[in-house]
Design a binder for this molecule. Structure first.
Ligand SMILES: Nc1ncnc2c1ncn2[C@@H]1O[C@H](COP(=O)(O)OP(=O)(O)OP(=O)(O)O)[C@@H](O)[C@H]1O
Ligand SMILES: [Zn+2]
Length: 829
């Protein structure tokens, strides 16, 4: 059993005293709902004796300055990145005391023994989580900088035969280094040269051993069959075949013993079976077993490596150098020297090396590599561009907003590597099954050797032979590989098509979704609303209404605020200065202009504080809402200035997308909106949702999700910024526009990189297929095990055929999983 990891998070909270509690409570709620979190509790700084840790198992450390949040979580399911993203969403920050990084490594003779590496790292004090990517080439570690550092972790990795390949960037422990270290980690993943720099035979050492074993096996067999050579020669040949065939397995076993660990695993079953065969003088079968087993291993590793390289290929997308304008001259510099603020020239048809904002030029950029959109996106000054995408026919000058390590592309690679280490529930089941099953098989085997001869049913030799065949039959190789191989390929394929799935668990749940909840603004609609109606009250000018509203909205991020400011700008009205902004979530915004309080928002905001809304204002609001407008009312002091009507367009292809979603098996599609029912129904009708719930406050959205959850598993799609609670509550939270907003990318369970619902049918279709494949693999591997157990114990088949069927089923299962790497959704690209 794996112990839950514990984190004590010192939180950085806004200074306001009463805000503090609200934030902590909000963060705790967000975290507690998160799958993988076992418990969350606050450890007050004052409640703690000086220097005493809040838990007996904690080590001494200096007294924290603020409230600490103690989090018990399952490192297989949740990452520190996610915890931090939630903290941000709740308005808190997390100190840089905890580091998390993805370290790529080259494994020397320990390629597929991820668990051994994980255990070795977790034994280090201060390491809260260590998870190895199943393809065995990156490890994600989370640790406390005060107790351990990257150098120690890398030293430990080397001890267990895994050589880190990333260059360490930045100084461990220095506050500013967190980003740099991470950048280093992802840069390491990014550099394709590093893991490839070994010779073929070193990279394929296990394969070479396995082939030697096979060749020696054939020699031994031929010697006995066709020649008069002394049998000692054939024996020597078989013994050598054993040596090479068992080399890898025994190597791991000894390395474990050295560290005081004894493990009942599949490898052990195989070695015991082969040794038993030798005792029975069935050298040929024993050698065949070891040869096929080691060959199978190498092939699986190669196949899984393909899934992993699918992600590394993403990194290779971005060019290694950029043309930068410095002192008016164009210079080609290595990408590592490009910094934020640099201006980079992008020639026609060139791949874009950085994330940036267009400053000069117009061009259509093919963003498929990042967002999966097949149609090029027009770029004009002010628009964002992403590293890894391909410029069209125009030249662009781009101001760098994110240099290497920080680019969307780097984030995606890092998140995907992390996601591939997060286990699916089915894998947790098979892991548990294997842990119980393997010892049972060993016991059954001993009984099989002893009991039948005692009863006089079989001879000892016969019993022994069948027992060895049973070991092969019952080893759950296919079972152990089927799920992780599917998760690895599924996540890789999704990422290649602009969908980020944050782990095996989310892949499986997304495949089981039957109910879809969609946010309106920015999800179903374009999210760029504009002012359509200005209805000032009598005696107030439209300019005054607009200018006052715009003044208050200036600091708001709400789409409605953008619309009002846009209208004020194009009308050319003078916007006064506003102070003391207070935004009332889901309701509106308050501020003061020249000492007078101004409120802009929906009627509910005024009613909640007991303000009387005049009938004239109410009538205007109702009239506009019937016409399908979003409305805000404006109150200055106690003078009502009027009502503003705003409209947003539904996205062009939402209706078709919803139809395709229904075709994938979504039974119910519901729109959740904070906006009024008039707008909600108008938009809902137009795009064809099954149900509209309007006028919802953020907490109502959570309640709506809970209610929908009774009808089936619910996915909620939103922009990921102000929908965080609803997204966290749904079975699967899906954020749109992951390429544009880092928050959306990091908080959600699934992120659509493009700002477009069109990828959703693909994502759900892929997950459904992944689920189906996981289930098929489970059935095939269990059925083969059951069949082989019966066939070997009854003596229908011997060790040789058992080995062939066993290895065959393992390869079938891996091959089945790799089908996901070529998954395409009908009618998507
Ligand atoms: N900054 C703001 N300025 C003015 N009115 C606001 C503001 N924020 C919210 N409101 C009012 O509250 C209503 C609901 O806002 P909320 O943010 O919950 O929903 P929304 O984002 O407009 O729609 P959806 O829930 O579909 O995304 C808005 O229609 C508006 O009347
Ligand atoms: Zn605790």
């Amino acid at each position: 059993m794996r112990r839950a990891a514990r984190l004590d998070l010192p939180l950085l909270l806004p200074e306001v005293k009463d805000l503090r509690d609200a934030c902590v409570a909000r963060l705790m709620r967000l975290l507690e709902r998160q799958e993988g979190v076992e418990s969350v509790h606050v450890v007050e700084a004052s409640a703690e004796p000086d220097g005493e840790p809040p838990h007996a198992d904690g080590a001494t450390r200096t007294a924290p300055s603020g409230p600490q949040l103690c989090l018990h979580y399952d490192p297989d399911r949740l990452t520190l990145t996610q915890v931090e993203a939630f903290a941000h969403a709740a308005g808190a920050g997390v100190t840089d005391r905890f580091a998390h990084m993805v370290i790529p490594f080259r494994a020397v003779g320990a390629e597929d023994e991820g668990r051994r590496i994980e255990d070795a790292l977790r034994e280090l004090r201060g390491v809260s989580a260590a998870v190895v990517n199943f393809a065995g080439q990156v490890v994600r570690v989370e640790f406390d900088r005060r107790r351990v550092d990257r150098a120690l972790i890398e030293a430990r990795l080397r001890e267990v035969g895994a050589v880190p390949v990333a260059e360490t960037v930045g100084q461990e422990g220095a506050p500013a280094s967190a980003a740099a270290v991470e950048a280093g980690a992802s840069a390491g993943v990014t550099s394709p040269a590093a893991p490839m720099s070994k010779s073929w035979s070193a990279r394929n050492r296990t394969l070479a051993w396995s082939i030697s074993s096979g060749a020696l096996l054939v020699v031994g067999w031929a010697l006995g069959r066709f020649t008069e050579a002394p049998s000692a020669l054939a024996l020597a040949s078989f013994a050598a075949a054993y040596f090479f065939g068992a080399r890898d397995l025994v190597g791991h076993f000894i390395a474990d013993l050295r560290r005081g660990k004894f493990r009942f695993n599949i490898d052990l079953l195989m070695v015991v079976a082969a040794a038993g065969a030798a005792v029975l003088d069935a050298w040929l079968e024993g050698a065949l077993l070891l040869f096929l087993f080691s060959l199978g291993h190498s092939l699986e590793k190669y196949a899984l490596g393909r899934a992993r390289r699918a992600i590394a290929a993403l990194a290779e997308l971005a060019p290694q150098s950029a043309t930068v304008i410095r002192d008016g001259k164009e210079l080609s510099v290595p990408i590592s020297e490009v910094v934020r603020g640099d201006r980079v020239v992008i020639k026609p048809a060139e791949r874009i090396p950085v994330d940036g904002a267009v400053r000069e030029g117009n061009s259509a950029v093919n963003q498929a590599p990042i967002t999966g959109e097949s149609v090029p996106v027009d770029k004009a000054p002010g628009k964002p561009v992403f590293a890894g995408t391909v410029n069209g026919e125009g030249a662009l000058v781009v101001e760098v907003t994110a240099a290497i390590g920080d680019r969307t592309l780097d984030r995606v690679i890092k998140l995907v590597s992390e996601a591939q280490t997060q286990k699916a529930p089915t894998q947790r089941f098979t892991d548990r099954f294997a842990r119980i099953f393997v010892p049972i098989v060993l016991v059954a085997d001993v009984l099989l050797i002893a009991i039948p001869p005692l009863l006089g049913v079989w001879t000892l030799e016969e019993s022994f032979y069948r027992a060895m065949a049973l070991l092969v039959a019952a080893s759950p190789c296919a079972l152990a590989l089927g799920t992780p191989a599917a998760v690895l390929s599924g996540i890789a394929q999704a990422a290649r098509k602009g969908v980020l799935i944050k782990g095996g668990a989310h892949l499986e749940s997304l495949g089981a979704i039957t109910v879809l909840a969609l946010d309106k603004t920015g999800t179903i609609t374009v999210g760029e609303p504009s002012v359509t109606d200005l209805r000032p009250t009598t005696g107030v000018s439209t300019d005054a209404l607009l200018a006052t509203a715009a003044a208050v909205e200036q600091r708001s991020q709400h789409p409605l605020a953008h619309a009002i400011i846009g209208a004020a700008t194009s009308a050319g009205v003078a916007v006064p200065a506003a102070r003391d902004l207070e935004s009332v979530t889901g309701r509106g915004i308050r501020s003061t202009i020249a000492g007078v309080r101004v409120e802009v928002g929906r009627l509910l905001m005024f009613e909640e504080r007991g303000a009387a809304v005049p009938a004239a204002v109410r009538t205007e609001v109702e009239e506009l809402e019937r016409a399908g407008r979003s409305t805000v009312a404006v109150l200055r002091g106690d003078e009502w200035l009027g009502v503003i009507g705003i409209a947003d367009e539904p996205r062009a292809d939402v209706r078709q997308t919803l139809d395709r979603l229904r075709a994938t098996g979504i039974r119910r599609i519901v729109m959740l909106t904070g906006d009024n029912a008039g707008v909600g129904n108008a938009v809902g009708m137009e795009v064809g949702v099954d149900d509209v719930r309007a006028g919802l406050l953020p907490e109502d959205k959570v309640a709506a999700i809970k209610e929908l959850e009774r009808e089936g598993r619910v996915a909620m799609v939103g922009d990921g910024v102000n929908d965080a609670p609803a997204l966290a509550h749904a079975t699967v939270g899906i954020a749109m526009g992951g390429a544009g907003t880092a928050a959306a990318l990091e908080t959600a369970d699934v992120a659509l990189m493009g700002d477009d619902l069109g990828r959703l049918p693909f994502a759900i279709g892929l997950s459904r297929q992944a689920r189906a494949i996981i289930r098929q693999n489970l059935i095939v591997s269990l059925a083969v095990i059951a069949l082989l157990i019966v066939a070997t114990t009854t003596g229908v088949i011997g060790i040789g055929p058992a080995v062939v069927v066993h290895e065959g089923s393992t390869l079938v299962v891996v091959g089945n999983a790799l089908r996901l790497l070529v998954y395409r959704h009908a009618s998507t690209g």
